[in-house]
Design a protein around this ligand. Structure first.
Ligand code: T46
Length: 142
């Protein structure tokens, strides 16, 4: 991916991450503005998720993120108000790049799953739409 490539508002895509195969164990690396179209400002991860739990259930106004199942698996439900898709993440060499303006919910976590997130901005509660109807109204007002 070139540094000019960006993820447009309301879109998402799966990207292949580099793999350095090794008999001692494989290695994957991610560089900001090379493998993701933003500087990586924040890293956080979800882990020890009890069976049946859901995370997310919101959209972001400006935040772009890359989600990776670095261990285990889970489903990411994506919705931009027009199109929706469920992406099952189960390999640590795939990243799900999510632009701003995408409602996401994450569920079906396997035992031991770890959801790594690389984010373009610091945490800011004001960047969230936590109400789905408010999110749809914001989309319709462009
Ligand atoms: C997404 C999924 C995968 C912080 O203080 N700093 C942080 O960087 C984050 C992400 C959260 N928090 C606090 C804010 C809340 O009090 O942790 C609490 C739970 O946060 P949130 O509701 O954002 O957690 P999730 O797991 O539902 O959602 C997060 C991301 O927000 C979201 O963008 O895609 O993880």
């Amino acid at each position: 991916m070139s540094s000019e490539t960006s993820v447009r508002v309301g879109t998402w895509r799966l990207i292949d991450l580099p793999i350095i195969p090794d008999q001692r164990g494989n290695l994957t690396f991610i560089e900001g503005r090379r493998h993701v179209p933003f500087d990586i400002v924040r890293v956080y991860y979800l882990y020890d998720v009890p069976g049946g739990s859901e995370r997310g259930g919101h959209a972001h106004k400006a935040l772009q993120q890359l989600l990776i199942a670095v261990a285990g698996s889970f489903d990411v439900h994506l919705d931009n108000g027009r199109d929706s898709q469920v992406v099952h993440l189960a390999r640590s060499y795939y990243g799900l790049l999510i632009g701003a303006g995408v409602w996401r919910k994450i569920d079906n976590f396997s035992s031991g799953a770890v959801c790594l997130n690389l984010a373009s901005l610091p945490y800011d509660e004001a960047d969230y739409y936590r109400d789905y109807d408010e999110f749809l109204r914001a989309l319709s007002h462009g």
